[in-house]
Design a protein around this ligand. Structure first.
Ligand SMILES: *[C@@H]1O[C@H](CO)[C@@H](O)[C@H](O)[C@H]1NC(C)=O
Ligand SMILES: *[C@@H]1O[C@H](CO)[C@@H](O)[C@H](O)[C@H]1NC(C)=O
Ligand SMILES: *[C@@H]1O[C@H](CO)[C@@H](O)[C@H](O)[C@H]1NC(C)=O
Ligand SMILES: *[C@@H]1O[C@H](CO)[C@@H](O)[C@H](O)[C@H]1NC(C)=O
Ligand SMILES: *[C@@H]1O[C@H](CO)[C@@H](O)[C@H](O)[C@H]1NC(C)=O
Length: 509
């Protein structure tokens, strides 16, 4: 301080230019300070696709993500850079209109295949809105159930963030949509979608019977009693936290693994490996069946902390097809494990699933899976194992058809499903979608900007590299609504049939 005083009172006369310089320097420094303060302020209000400045959903609380690995300023800089600057200067803007040549490529298309049968369920999922249509008001009301909102306008993706999603679900889901926009450049209609990334469906079907209008909400799964609209889950593009690869690659690996042994050489017991600590009563019940002599069942507890430490060597899905029977048990809601279990070509034993995802509507009991009942669970599994060991060629054939179902759902078909669902949904909207002022544009570059190394690797692996030379598969016309009721009844009849066989066997014991 004293030194400074001396300097100020030094004998050098202060020339006006010197004074001017000092004032400029001082202003400059304050401006920088102000900018840093503003930036900090601005960044701390910016919500990001990885969860900065977002609370977990109130309807399913989970631990907040920590961003403590970076300094505050690095973090602020990254938030602003990735959220506001990247798409603006990106070489390609995500869902660009296709170039002239690419358009011409589409003009002489190879003829598209027919869509798989289960695509029919798009009509059932959208049925509540065929009469009422979807107004902007309905969408706004669905916000109370949503974690984010997606608006696509002219092939560009905008996202309005409300709550954080667990792990990297949001990142991979948005990546999938960006890839769809690239694959079918110029074909995806403008659309406005409320999405919840958490697991439990929330739009009660009964509410519309009481006269309230249905709210349109996308999520990864639904049930018979809900109106939530199922959409392909993030793991089709990869799941960085548990080292799951993009679907096409993951399926190939599992199929290869499933061919390592003939049916006769596969272990003649039912196998389940997973995490029972997910508030799933059925998984807890399943723990009681862990007796290979009594119930023909092997249950292994998966500890992800340990698996991660061991480099996921023991959790490789391709090494989990050595049993003739594979059990599927729902977790907290539906489970991404269903597609991997069905891919094994083992006889899938599905414990009375309550949740449906977009492709599980392709499942037919005794055709491509074996229905196991949750009442008298261990006995029901044992019955299936005994039946399979007594009828090996039938059991093998069912397993094979399950694998074929999953093989028919290549990434091409996943994009087709997204395309048709979004297109049919967009047709029902009676307004022109406009991104809300709080929404940010998301493009490949801005998404990669937030990704860590492991995520980047998966995202790049699952990227669509070119506009599709083939149009999407052709969707059949809307069936009579009775079709879905009849379908459900027939399915239930087969399940009851199996249960009767089981009951007779138990009675004869
Ligand atoms: C975040 O950090 C806090 C304090 O270090 C810790 O208690 C908490 O478990 C961490 N949360 C997660 C999700 O890792
Ligand atoms: C429907 O209305 C009845 C009678 O008012 C009420 O008891 C019931 O809880 C309502 N159901 C739903 C799902 O709102
Ligand atoms: C099931 O039993 C096997 C063999 O006794 C054991 O190694 C395994 O840890 C048990 N699983 C569970 C979840 O208790
Ligand atoms: C999983 O493994 C970690 C590390 O070995 C251990 O601390 C944790 O208690 C285990 N969790 C369960 C549910 O067994
Ligand atoms: C099988 O037996 C259980 C319990 O004994 C009974 O509740 C159920 O209705 C029976 N199911 C069929 C399809 O016969």
């Amino acid at each position: 301080m004293a030194k400074k005083q001396a300097w100020v009172h030094s004998s050098h006369p202060r020339s006006p230019s010197y004074l001017f310089f000092s004032v400029v320097a001082l202003s400059f420094l304050s401006l920088i300070a102000l900018l840093i303060y503003k930036m900090d302020n601005f960044a701390s209000q910016t919500k990001t696709i990885v969860g900065h400045n977002l609370e977990p959903t109130p309807w399913h609380i989970f631990p907040r993500k920590n961003f403590t690995e970076e300094s505050r300023h690095t973090r602020d800089y990254k938030i602003i850079q990735c959220s506001y600057l990247t798409c603006r200067y990106a070489a390609s803007d995500g869902g660009a209109q296709p170039s002239e040549e690419k358009r011409r490529g589409l003009a002489t298309p190879r003829s598209p295949p027919k869509c798989p049968n289960f695509f029919k369920f798009i009509y059932r999922d959208l049925e509540p809105w065929f009469k009422t249509r979807i107004s902007l008001d309905r969408i706004t009301q669905a916000k109370e159930h949503a974690s984010f909102r997606i608006v696509i306008v002219q092939g560009k993706l905008f996202v309005d963030l409300y709550y954080a999603c667990v792990q990297s679900r949001l990142m991979f889901t948005l990546w999938g949509i960006l890839q769809l926009l690239k694959k079918y450049g110029g074909m995806v209609p403008d659309v406005d979608i409320m999405f919840d990334c958490m697991d439990k469906p929330s739009i009660d079907r009964n509410r519309i019977e009481n006269g309230s209008l249905p709210l349109p909400l996308f999520r990864y799964c639904t049930t018979e009693a809900h109106l939530d609209i199922p959409f392909p889950d993030w793991s089709f593009w990869g799941w960085s936290e548990v080292n799951i690869q993009p679907w096409d690659e993951q399926f190939k690996g599992i199929k290869r693994g499933s061919q390592a042994q003939t049916w006769a050489k596969k272990i003649s017991r039912a196998y389940w490996k997973g995490n029972p600590d997910v508030e799933s009563p059925i998984r807890l019940d399943l723990m009681q069946c862990n007796d290979s002599n009594l119930w023909g069942t092997e249950i292994i507890r998966q500890n992800w902390t340990e698996e991660a430490k061991a480099g996921y060597e023991h959790s490789k899905l391709s090494n989990q097809c050595n049993h003739r029977y594979k059990i599927y048990a729902e977790g907290y809601a539906w489970s991404v494990s269903l597609k991997y279990i069905l891919s094994c070509a083992s006889l899938p034993l599905l414990i009375s699933p309550q949740y449906e995802d977009f492709f599980s509507r392709g499942l037919v009991p005794k055709l491509n899976y074996w229905p196991v009942s949750s009442t008298n669970l261990c006995r029901s599994i044992k019955f299936a194992v005994d039946w399979g060991n007594a009828n090996p060629s039938q059991a093998e054939a069912i397993g094979k058809r399950a694998q074929q179902l999953m093989e028919s759902i290549s990434m091409d078909r996943v994009y087709d499903y997204m395309f048709h669902l979004i297109s049919q949904y967009a047709k029902l909207q009676d307004f022109k979608p406009v991104p809300p002022s709080s929404a940010q544009q998301v493009c490949e570059e801005s998404l990669l900007c937030f990704a860590d190394e492991r995520q980047k690797e998966l995202l790049k692996k699952s990227a669509v590299t070119a506009v599709s030379p083939t149009p999407p598969c052709t969707l059949i016309r809307r069936p009579n609504p009775k079709f879905f009721t009849i379908w459900a009844e027939q399915k239930q009849k087969i399940i009851d049939n199996v249960k009767e066989m089981e009951n007779r066997t138990n009675a004869a014991r």
